[in-house]
Structures are given as C-alpha cells and as structure tokens.
Design a protein around this ligand. Structure first.
Ligand code: HDE
Length: 750
C-alpha cells in the first residue's frame, strides 16, 4: 500500500514528500476566492486553493483542505531563511570572536533560532491533553429541515467539512493511548453558518451532574499533587475517594470500568453528545435531541492484559492506528444518529433529561440515522492543527441550542475561557484550524497576535460612517430558543436527579457475561491499587445498589465481606427492562477484516507458496499482514521464493496484532516451536481472544504453546482454525470470518 500511497498521495499538499515534481507556487502566492459570499482580505476568510484548483470540490475531499492551503508551508526546493525571510548562509556555526572565542551578542541568527525554540511549548489541555485528529466531512442523508435549520442538515446529501479530535482524559500529552479512561470525541463542523463544535465522549453519561463539581472531579482524577503520580490512571485513592462520596457517579463508573474504556481503536468506538440539546426549525419550533456516533467498523475493545502490554510496546497505538488507516485510504466512518423527542415526551420519561448521568434508552426513544462522517485526511502538522484546535461547547449555529443541563451550562463558559490561557489570547479563532469557512465580520478588535487587518475607522455599531455595516442578520442569524424561565435563584437539584442506581442497574444487566466479568475485574484492579480500606468499602457499598452479585464478586477480590448498601435517596427508583444496545456486542461492524493487523510467523523452511496466498488474500480484503520473524532478513521457503521478514517478534509483540497465522513447513515449525517468544506470542493471541490459523506442521507450534482446543465450556472454538494443509481454503475462510467479527470472549473462564 506504500507504493499506491506514493502514486496517489492522500495529502497532495505535502509535495515535498511526493517528489519535487509536485512542488507548487511558493508560500505567499495570492489565492483568490471563487465564492462570491466570501471576501478575500482577512485570514479568517475561506479561500479556494490554487493547488487543489477552485470551483466544485472533488467528491470526498473537503473544502477546508483547500482553505488551509493558504497557510500550508512547503520547504521543497527552498533556501533556508531566518524568520524575517533573510537567506541563511551557515546553519551550523554560531558567530564567534575567534575560532575558540566567545559567541557574539550580535549573532541575531543564533538568538532568533534559540529564542523561538525556548518558546515552542504551550500549556497542554487541562484535561484531554493527549489526542489525535483528522480532517473529513459530514454528509447528511436527507434534509432535516422540519426539525432544524442547522446548516449541515439543510439539504439531502450535503457535505460539511469537519475536523475531529479523539483523546484520553486523564493523562498528559505524552501518556500512553491504551490506558483505562474515557475517550473524548470532539467534532468541529465548518458549516456555512459558522463553526459548530459537538464536543462529546465515547460514553453517553458523565460522573457528575453539575459543573460546580468538575474541578473537584479532575483534581481527584489527575496525578496526586504531592508526588505527581499516577500518570493517566484513575486507579488511586483520591479518585475513588471522591467518586465513592458522589453516588451520582455510579452509573458512569460502570461504563468506565467496562471495555468501553479500552477501545481497540478510535475508529471502533461510539461517540455521544452526552447532554440533551435542542434543535430549532425555521418556524422556531423546538425539539430535544441526543447525538450518537456509531462506527462503521463496529465497536471493538482490547483485553485489559493486552492494553497494558500495548502501552509498553507502542504507547502511540491509537494515534498510529488512526494515521495509518487514513494514509492507507481506509477512511474511518461513523454514522450520526439522533434521538429526537418533544418537551412533552421528555416530561413523561422516568428520569430528567437535563441529568447528564442518565441516558435515554433506545427502547424509549429510537435512534434515527441522519448522516455519516468520513475522516479522509491526516493533518499536515500536529501542533498547528491537532494541538491548536480549540473545541468549544459554546460554538453552536442557528438551528441548535443548549438545554439547561447544569453540566452543559458550565461547559459553555469553560471551553472559551481555557483557550485564552492555552492559546494565548482572545484571537485564537484566527488560528487557521479554528477559523470558520464563513467570513468573520464584527467589531471585535486588537488583542495579542491579531492577524486580520480590519480596514476603515468604524469599529462600533450602530454607525452611519460605515454604512451601518456589519449589520445584524436578523431572522437568518442565531436566535436563542425563547424558553420561558421562571424560578427562585437556588443552589439545588431536581428530585429525579437523586435516582443514582436505576440506570447503573440497567447498564449492568444489559452487558453480556463476558462484559460483566471484565467490569468486575476492572473494579478489582482499580480498588486493589487504592490503599485506603474505607474507600474500597465505600465503593462496594455503592455497587450493592447496582447488583448484589457484582458487589459480591468485587468484594471477594478485595478480601472483605460485602458491606451494607449505601443509602438510596428516592422512594421509588425506576425499573428498566434491559437495553441490548448498551452491550458492545450489539455493533459487530460492516467493514470485515479491513485494517485488522495479522502476524504471519515465519522462519527458514516455511511453505512460501501458502504464505504468499494468505498474504495476498488478506491484502485483498484490506487487512494489514506482516511477516514476523526471529530476525530481519530473508527466510528461505520450502516452496516459492525468498521472503523478506518485515518485523521481529521482539520489536512487535503479539499485543500489536489482531490475529496470527502459521503455515506448514517442517523446518520452520521446528524452529518456531523451540522459540519461547513464539510460545508467548501464541499464548497472548489466545488469551486476548484473537483468531489463530495454523496449518500442517504448525500444529506442533500450537502444541508447544499448550493452547486448549476447545472453549472452557466445551464448545468448539471457531477462532482457532487449525488443520491439515489440504483444508487451507476452508480454514482460511473460517479464520477470515472470525477476524471480521468480535473476539472469542468465550475463551475466558467465567
Ligand atoms: Fe470537557 N473540557 N469539561 N467534557 N472536554 C475540556 O477544554 C469541562 C465534559 C471534552 O479535543 C477543556 O479545550 C467542564 C463532558 C472533550 O480539544 C475544558 C466540564 C464531556 C474535550 C473542559 C466538562 C467533555 C474536553 C480542556 C463539566 C463529554 C477535548 C481543554 C462542566 C460530553 C476537546 C479544552 C479537544 C476538553 C471543561 C465535562 C468532553 C477545561 C468544565 C461532559 C472531548 O474547557
């Protein structure tokens, strides 16, 4: 796929990486807009690219790719200059008084270079510091004009450019990707009515009900302040101390201890807007709405032991996965679904829709698919795009509005505020990745790092000297929904907010047995790391209200008897029937084995013909096969040609592959069977519930690893495709089917 990528670059702007023949107009060449709605004088205005050629965008590319060309810098075929554009003759030596003398103060080139370097860092995000992002587009299936006048939903098939960033929450910018954590799922829609940011998570509920508690939550979660540990982990006393005293967090804790918190890939997790939002149509009619993203690749998670191993073997696992999938042309895709309900319907629900610790079960309000998001272009520069992108829940467009969810209300303030310290001032909206496609016209002026050169003497409104411009948009502009508000000023919560356990119960009973086992193990792990016995007990006393068996199993692991249940604050907690869509098993995915990574273990004497066939078969289906050997170099084959090993067992351990294949070949199988790394590799593949294909003599390698032939309950293990060489076609098909689906969790003894 590297050869294809070179011929057809996904990022045509990176000419330097695709040969000098692609070099284009030097930076600074003026580009003109062909869009009559769009001016051309300020950096916040959209430009159609000279490079991608203006006019109608190529299907599948997004308008933003063109607009950012204005600032994309390409050094191919260019002379090195200072920041002032002065050509630099010598970039090796500072200017000295004599060969062995001191460096001169006048060395402006040295000082400029070092000064710039000294200031290269900005504060990392206070939460969600570690993340990865990509460009793409959102495509609306059918107009939603009857529900909302929001621009992305105005026409059938309309495409809106997006930039999406996925993140962990607790860890610093350099922490590992596969830690147990909530994942951020933030999407910036560059609509033709301005930017709309849907700043969600991969779990539909949150720990707390009111913004007032957010700094407490985060202080408890982050490394403990006296010793700066642990990094990127909730498994410590302060976190569990806080949540054990906040029973409203119980529902979220179950999600966080579930496999949702260790996704296999950003491309394989759901996203949720969490809060209830409002949609408003052109007549001013409003409905409530919840936003859901569902991955086309299905929902897939890691096994905890695997997640831990990956954190060491490849801390950039999710970042690399997203990058490589996009570079390979396997653009990740999610379907956007809405749960839409009226205020009257909301009043009839057995919980408060303003409470962010509650979901709206799909059995009560169905999920309606409305469009899809495709991410098809990697950023050119991590800092300029992924680091500087500023998501903000306050960024909404006409047709969308907030509700009074007290968590959302606090966020509306926080995101704008935090950018000012993170990005250094009020003009962060002018940073290219943040600037809207629609031109900005207002009387906001000046401030640090101002880019726009606003012309004229008028910076106020009303005015007559500027012809009254810019003028108010009136009916076509943003108008808040005129909700009637009447009440006493009060610091309190609605009564229904106090039903803390009913939905936690619903979540628990909607999980498969294997998922439940993982939740129990996660609680045991985290609480074992907690040092204060009273905190452990308090957490289990919350769990008693969720399910006595859950509490029992967790308590057993912690070596104490089940404590008394925490007090239940409502008289009649809601009873829910189960909700199958809450299990990860509900979304196996539609993309088959595409992007799945398969290790083919090789050694001298391997059956090269079968190996090549399988390799080709996997490639054809979009999978990522790798020849994994004991050393780099060529292996000689019993049949077929010499094959080059791509990576070694020690450089790329089992946890980095979704499946493993070993083909026939007496000599090779003997070598592999004798290697303890190979046995480890296979045991991990097995323990992590991944498909294994072994042919002919490879059976001896499987035997050496002592893998069980059947599942612990006596059933056939469909993911273990082992047999004679003659059965290759059949076994390969079985293996491919297993790899396309979810893992064989039945291997774990319950
Ligand atoms: Fe955030 N959150 N948050 N959060 N959040 C931030 O904004 C905050 C919450 C979420 O990729 C910060 O730019 C408060 C819920 C994501 O850049 C900050 C409250 C949800 C991202 C902030 C919440 C989120 C953030 C830190 C409770 C899911 C990363 C840096 C009142 C619906 C966005 C920044 C990116 C980032 C505040 C709760 C999602 C400090 C005050 C609930 C995905 O402004």
């Amino acid at each position: 796929s590297n050869a294809t990528a070179a011929a057809m670059p996904d990022n045509p702007n990176k000419s330097g990486e695709f040969g000098l023949q692609h070099a284009v107009a030097p930076v600074g060449t003026a580009v003109e807009s062909s869009d009559p709605d769009v001016g051309s004088s300020t950096v916040t205005e959209a430009h159609v690219s000279a490079k991608t050629g203006g006019g109608s965008p190529v299907p599948g590319t997004n308008a933003l790719a063109g607009s950012l060309d204005r600032v994309r810098a390409d050094d191919s075929d260019q002379v090195l200059t200072s920041d002032q554009g002065v050509p630099v003759a010598d970039n090796q030596n500072s200017l000295k008084a004599g060969l062995r003398g001191p460096t001169l103060m006048e060395d402006f080139l040295l000082r400029e270079k070092i000064t710039h370097f000294d200031h290269e860092r900005i504060p990392e995000r206070v939460v969600h510091a570690r993340g990865s992002a990509a460009h793409g587009y959102f495509e609306c299936y059918k107009t939603l004009a009857d529900l909302t006048c929001a621009a992305p939903f105005s026409e059938d098939g309309k495409r809106t450019p997006v930039f999406a960033r996925f993140s962990t929450v607790a860890g610093g910018a350099g922490s590992a990707d596969t830690v147990r954590d909530v994942r951020g799922f933030a999407v910036k829609f560059y609509t033709d009515q301005g930017n709309w940011d849907l700043v969600g998570n991969n779990m539909p509920v949150f720990f707390i009900q009111d913004a007032m508690k957010f700094p407490d939550l985060v202080h408890a979660l982050k490394p403990e302040p006296h010793l700066g540990m642990p990094q990127a982990s909730s498994a410590h006393d302060t976190f569990w101390d806080f949540v054990s005293l906040m029973p409203e967090s119980t529902h979220m804790l179950l999600w966080q201890m579930s496999d949702r918190a260790i996704p296999r890939s950003y491309r394989m997790m759901q996203g949720f807007g969490v809060h209830t939002f409002r949609l408003i149509n052109a007549e001013g009619k409003s409905v409530f709405c919840k936003f859901h993203w569902t991955p086309k690749a299905g929902t897939h998670s890691l096994i905890w032991d695997e997640a831990v191993k990956i954190a060491g073997a490849d801390p950039d696992y999710h970042r690399r996965d997203l990058w490589e999938a996009i570079e390979a042309g396997a653009a990740p895709e999610w379907e956007l679904g809405l749960q839409v309900f009226s205020e009257d319907e909301a009043d009839g629900l057995p919980f408060d829709v303003l409470d962010p610790t509650k979901i709206v079960p799909e059995e009560l309000v169905p999920l309606v698919p409305v469009g899809r998001m495709v991410l098809n272009r990697n950023p050119d520069n991590f800092f300029s795009e992924t680091e500087q992108v500023a998501f903000c829940t306050a960024h909404i467009v006409p047709g969308i509005d907030f509700t009074n969810d007290p968590l959302l209300q606090g966020r509306i303030h926080s995101y704008l505020d935090t950018q000012i310290s993170r990005l250094g001032g009020a003009n962060f909206h002018e940073i290219p990745i943040n600037s809207p496609l629609r031109a900005v016209h207002n009387n906001q002026r000046d401030g640090m790092h101002r880019q726009a050169i606003n012309r004229g003497r008028v910076a106020y409104e009303p005015n007559s000297l500027g012809g009254g411009c810019p003028f108010q948009a009136g009916a076509s502009g943003f108008r808040s929904f005129p909700q009637t508000v009447d009440g006493d000023k009060i610091r309190a919560k609605p009564e229904q907010f106090a039903d803390h356990y009913s939905q936690a119960k619903l979540f628990w009973k909607s999980q498969t047995l294997a998922e439940q086992l993982h939740i129990v193990n996660a609680f045991r792990f985290e609480l074992t790391r907690v040092q204060t016995p009273a905190i452990r007990q308090r957490v289990v006393s919350l769990l008693v209200n969720v399910d006595p068996m859950l509490a029992q199993q967790v308590a057993e692991g912690l070596g104490f008897a089940v404590p008394e249940a925490a007090p239940v604050l409502v008289d009649a907690p809601t009873e829910y029937s189960d909700s199958p869509s809450l299990s990860l098993s509900a979304y196996p995915g539609e993309t088959g084995i595409a992007t799945k990574r398969v290790a083919l273990l090789v050694a001298d004497g391997v059956d090269g013909a079968a190996l090549t066939d399988i390799y080709e078969h996997l490639l054809q289906k979009g999978a990522v096969p790798r020849l994994v050997g004991q050393t780099l170099g060529a292996v000689s084959c019993s049949k077929g040609k010499l094959l080059q090993v791509e990576i070694t067992l020690s450089a790329a351990p089992s946890a980095l592959y979704d499946a493993v294949v070993i083909v026939d070949g007496e000599a090779a199988s003997t070598l592999l069977a004798a290697d303890p790394l190979v046995a480890d590799f296979l045991r991990d593949q097995y323990r992590h519930c991944k498909p294994i294909l072994a042919l002919g003599t490879a059976m001896m390698v499987i035997d050496k690893a002592e893998l069980p032939e059947r599942l612990p309950n006596g059933d056939d293990d469909f993911s273990l495709a082992v047999g004679d060489v003659e059965l290759l076609d059949e076994l390969l098909q079985q293996f491919t089917e297993a790899l396309a689906g979810q893992r064989e969790l039945g291997r774990e003894a319950l």
